[in-house]
Design a binder for this molecule. Structure first.
Ligand SMILES: [Fe+2]
Length: 254
């Protein structure tokens, strides 16, 4: 059976649905994204951090109100903009979940990691020793095809300022992946940009935000649009992935 997953990231919601962030209304653009996701009928949704712009409790309630009617199991991890305590209390309501951190889909394992740290200087992230140790233990329990999701990017983007706010202990993370051969892919948010890299046998996928984007050199029009990532996990351990962009309509931007 093919498992279909939608990764939705960096929703940056405000308490007021009409508040703009750099010219885009995050609530309205997320609503448009979710309408598109619903058409694809995924088995699960991953929300990979920066779910609320200011960590506002009302913003988490807005997110729950938008996502829960889809009745699709939705798993949430935090980003550097989030208030983890509020995220856990407001989004741990079915069909949204903030735990567990290891999911099973058919013969695939999906591990969700919290890469946020206390008092980052500029929004960078870190995997704690405890998280890394638990990750290695989980990976060693069985050799099933495995995907990992976290907020911060563990690969370079090539954009200077963005690479100063990455996962600061990427080396430790990659060393663990190097000691196993079950990890097939890593998905992350934070970059507001489509990324596709290969490191060894592992694919690393960065995903556009559902609101504002970081633009690559010579951007196309679609690079400016909100988007989400579509993942298909196959029983033989292979996978396919693509980014789906949803053009903004009036009301979602000025
Ligand atoms: Fe973000």
């Amino acid at each position: 059976m093919v498992t279909k997953i939608a990764q939705i990231t960096d929703t940056h919601l405000f308490a007021d649905p009409d508040t703009l962030m750099r010219g885009v209304a995050p609530w309205h653009s997320l609503k448009a994204i979710l309408e598109r996701v619903k058409l694809e009928n995924p088995d699960a949704i991953l929300l990979t951090g920066d779910l609320a712009e200011n960590g506002d409790a009302k913003a988490y309630d807005r997110l729950f109100d938008l996502v829960s009617p889809l009745q699709i199991p939705t798993y949430c991890i935090p980003g550097n903009h989030d208030r983890i305590d509020l995220l856990k209390t407001h989004l741990n309501r079915s069909p949204l979940f903030t735990t567990p951190n290891a999911l099973t889909f058919d013969n695939w394992r999906f591990i969700l990691l919290d890469s946020t740290m206390e008092n980052p200087k500029f929004g960078e992230g870190c995997l704690s020793e405890e998280t890394l140790s638990a990750l290695e233990t989980t990976l060693n329990t069985s050799n099933v095809p495995t995907a990992i999701a976290l907020h911060h990017h563990p690969v370079e983007t090539g954009i200077d300022w963005l690479d100063t706010i990455d996962l600061i202990n990427t080396t430790d993370f990659l060393a663990i992946l190097d000691r196993v051969d079950c990890v097939k892919l890593v998905v992350f948010g934070h970059v507001h940009l489509e990324i596709d890299r290969t490191w060894g046998d592992v694919r690393f996928y960065g995903t556009p935000s559902t609101c504002t984007q970081v633009l690559p050199e010579n951007p196309s029009q679609s690079d400016r649009y909100p988007g989400f990532r579509w993942l298909e996990l196959y029983p033989d351990g292979s996978h396919r992935s693509r980014v789906v962009r949803v053009p903004l309509k009036s009301g979602e931007s000025p």
